[in-house]
Design a protein around this ligand. Structure first.
Ligand SMILES: Cc1ncc(COP(=O)(O)O)c(C=O)c1O
Length: 384
């Protein structure tokens, strides 16, 4: 029986480039020696570019959720009023973390698949001027919505003294990120998405304002004390043993970003989004998210008659192609296609052509080749 290559097209973890895989095979060295200092020195600078900031990026050796938790425990404490934008499973996670620490959590619920209206945030903050922080998700991975962080941040600063804290786990490295220009106070991401690495590292950057709040914040924290990590980082070191092999891979990922150029990385993700969406439209497969708020890293499509999981099973068994399914009330109703990280327009053409076969196997009335044709057209014309 033919053993399929793994065609992993979920919104994380994502495929790892061979040269990154190789970099992670480097012989182990001591985490307090000069090799380690050199490695962190190399990483620190280029990492800032990916976040669009001049601030230090603290690297934690734990998955993205730990950096979300770090964002909470460093900036706010029990009883503080916070606003959490909840438009999907990851907004919900931020709210859950805040509740765990007994914050006074206000949810701004947004219909799954839609983006938050920044004016709703303004109204809330005008009524609740004591709010200490607003938590937002840049790319809501459970839907594929890219929330308008620049506008949200502007409204937060115009209306209040609250910090604006952003989960960029499935966006940073694939979607334009300008932490300083957008005046975001805390930006967080993880390693296994657009960063093309295994899970195991997460990243958190604090603005000067956020750092000041962290210094004043009496909330107990130990491993997740970002200030402690910052102190060590200034000396190209870490307070605890880091996930060194993944750091070795990160150095190579940053080399790849700089060879391609970050603007080109973002343009490639935009192109893959446009190709995927054009294909689905040509196949009359409804999209969950409107064009205006569609993420460049993940696309959700509605598979009518709740046959999304059947379609995923067909594609996985027949071709080794994995798409993600829907979460919570969208379970069985949507597929989520990851097109981020180590993914190119050629991969998009491949997965669209396989998707067409899967849809036909499922008995859907589709015209084979129409999706690929639409995606090719976008590629050739740049969408014009
Ligand atoms: C937007 C978002 N936030 C947070 C997380 C959680 O990250 P992790 O699973 O690495 O803890 C994810 C993971 O899918 C995510 O997509």
């Amino acid at each position: 029986m033919f053993t399929h290559p793994e065609l992993l097209r979920i919104p994380g973890p994502t495929p790892i480039p061979p040269r990154v895989q190789q970099a992670m095979n480097r012989t182990m060295f001591g985490h307090r020696g000069n090799d380690m200092k050199q490695l962190l020195q190399n990483i620190r600078h280029s990492l800032k570019d990916v976040f669009g900031t001049k601030e230090e990026i603290v690297i934690l050796s734990s998955s993205g959720t730990s950096a979300l938790e770090a964002a909470v425990v460093n900036t706010v404490r029990e009883g503080d009023d916070v606003l959490v934008i909840v438009g999907g499973a990851f907004g919900e996670r931020f709210a859950n973390i805040c509740e765990t620490y007994n914050l006074n959590v206000h949810r701004l619920n947004v219909t799954w698949g839609e983006a938050v209206n920044p004016e709703d945030i303004r109204q809330f903050l005008q009524k609740h001027p004591q709010t200490k922080a607003v938590f937002a998700t840049y790319c809501e991975t459970s839907t594929g919505v890219l929330h308008p962080i620049a506008e949200i941040s502007k409204v937060v600063h115009e209306t209040s003294d609250a910090l604006i804290i952003v989960d960029g786990v499935s966006a940073v490295g694939g979607a334009v990120t300008k932490m300083d220009e957008w005046e975001v106070d805390v930006f967080v991401t993880g390693s296994q998405k657009a960063f093309m690495l295994p899970a195991g590292l997460s990243f958190i950057a604090l603005s000067e304002r956020a750092e000041q709040r962290a210094k004043e914040n009496k909330q107990p924290r130990f491993y997740l004390d970002v200030l402690k990590h910052q102190t060590y980082l200034a000396d190209n070191s870490t307070p605890f043993t880091p996930s060194m092999s993944v750091l070795m891979g990160l150095e190579e990922v940053l080399n790849m970003f700089s060879e391609e150029g970050l603007d080109n990385v973002y343009a490639r993700h935009e192109l893959m989004k446009e190709m995927t969406r054009a294909a689905l439209k040509a196949l009359n497969v409804p999209l969950l998210v409107a064009d205006e708020f569609a993420s460049p890293t993940v696309t959700s499509a509605i598979i009518e008659e709740d046959e999304a999981d059947q379609l995923r099973a067909i594609l996985n068994e027949e071709f080794g192609l994995t798409f993600a399914g829907g979460q919570q009330h969208l379970k069985g109703k949507i597929i989520r296609i990851g097109h981020m990280g180590y993914c190119s327009p050629a991969h998009v053409l491949q997965m669209i052509s396989l998707l067409e076969i899967g849809l036909q196997r499922l008995g859907k009335d589709i015209s084979i080749g129409e999706g690929v044709k639409a995606a090719q057209h976008v590629y050739i014309t740049g969408g014009n």
